[in-house]
Design a binder for this molecule. Structure first.
Ligand code: TQI
Ligand code: ZN
Length: 169
């Protein structure tokens, strides 16, 4: 079953059209940007929320960046595997990914012959759930279930995820 963060934080009713931006300097390919766009679409399809990309990182509601190791928020990344990414509850909008992972982009690769490769969209859909206010789910098929196997791809919302997000929005 789905859960929420303590106090049930969510984006307020006057902030339903959210923008997201990528950390300048990350130099992401169009393919990587398309992965995030697809991940946001999973959630906009089942809520009144919309997500659009902005080039203005500083004013974006959701700030996406790839970082290595200690990146100044008290929750350092740890190299390959371990923590893959983290996102904070609303209305923080901070969405950080571990630059040291072997991210799989669109079914194929950055470095995916590697046993430790992790599917980027899978992680993005999960972290966006956190950004919107969902905690972890006890339902194994749910996007918000707290474990995955490396190289697994799970990008479709389960009924449990949909019920949780529709309770919030
Ligand atoms: N990052 C954890 C996560 O997003 C961070 C975390 C731990 C967390 N406890 C939390 C976030 C409680 C919010 C609330 O769950 S992770 C997965 C999964 C991670 C894990 O790097 O371990 C995914 C990131 F579910 F597959 F294990 C993405 Cl999909
Ligand atoms: Zn999680």
């Amino acid at each position: 079953h789905y859960s929420f963060f303590p106090g049930t934080p969510r984006w307020p009713a006057n902030r339903r059209d959210l923008t997201y931006g990528f950390l300048p300097g990350n130099e992401l390919t169009d393919e990587i940007k398309a992965v995030f766009s697809s991940a946001f679409q999973k959630w906009s399809a089942v809520t009144p929320l919309t997500f659009s990309r902005t080039d203005s990182f500083l004013t974006a509601d959701i700030k996406i960046g790839f970082y290595s190791g200690d990146h100044g928020d008290g929750e350092p990344f740890d190299g390959v595997l371990g923590t893959l990414a983290h996102a904070f509850s609303p209305p923080s909008g901070r969405f950080h990914l571990d630059a040291d992972e072997n991210w799989i982009v669109s079914g194929d690769v950055m470095r995916s012959a590697v046993p430790s490769a992790v599917d980027l969209e899978t992680v993005a859909v999960h972290e966006i759930g956190h950004l919107l206010g969902l905690g972890h789910s006890s339902v194994e098929d749910a996007i918000m279930y707290p474990t995955i196997t490396s190289r697994t791809r799970k990008v479709e919302l389960a009924n449990d995820d949909i019920e949780g997000i529709q309770w919030l929005y």
